[in-house]
Design a protein around this ligand. Sequence first.
Ligand code: URA
Length: 291
Amino acid sequence: MPWTERQQALLQGMGLRIWSPPPPAALRPAAPQAAPLAAPVPVEMPAEPPAESPTPAVAQRVEPTPAHPVVSARTPPAAPAAAAVPPPSAPSPQATGVAAMDWPALREAVAGCQACALCESRKNTVFGVGHTSAEWMIVGEAPGEQEDQQGEPFVGAAGQLLDAMLQAIGLTRVEADAAHQVFIANTLKCRPPRNRNPLPEELAQCAPFLHRQIALVRPKVLLAMGRFAIQQLLGRDEPIGRLRGQIHDYHGTPVIVTYHPAYLLRQPTEKAKAWEDLCLAVSVYRQRQGR
Ligand code: URA
């Protein structure tokens, strides 16, 4: 099926060149669900992306396949030695109180948090943004300089790419209904100095906030972007290349892992894989919608 003009514009916004299929008579695949391919490398799409929105007219059941196995966070991975990070539910001093908070209490707790040294260098805490009952939740890493200044996640260059990626599958961070407006949160609510990687103790202290956000939002699909989001949600530390293409589990919510937009800006050839991941997430979402 050819891309619509709108989809082409969106994919180009993500930096993906459109691969035009050869003449239909010669090479059009027989399978109706065979999707167009996006350059720079030919990839097999797991599902046809939606024309306008991730909300299909008819729910479509997507069974796990060998290509997209369901993997539980609590199922020991095939190579346990490679996943030596603390479990996602590692206890933290804050955990008990935070787990019972409503949105206003949680916002207040984040705004006043002094559980780690990041509170000394931050300008603003970055709570998260979006629909509080969003069906899609995006988890990133930590605020950068612009996010620290504005108090909103993903407002810099990586954020622009994230917005284009979301738009390509019919989603937005701006006001819309719960099926279309996502909720975006980070593993850390404060900026690490000079954008260094989050430290394990910072991740552990901040984890209850993210876990509570997910519990309050109750998304149908979680998109974990980058290694720290994956660690925080799944307790897995393998390379993303080994974890993507699977349906992971966070306390009953499916998790699709993908590359962080900042990484995609540095490695644009990986954008085609991120597009595959988004298509997988859409398939999983459609399946959940049918329930
Ligand atoms: N990168 C992230 O992971 N989160 C932000 O908010 C900004 C950049």
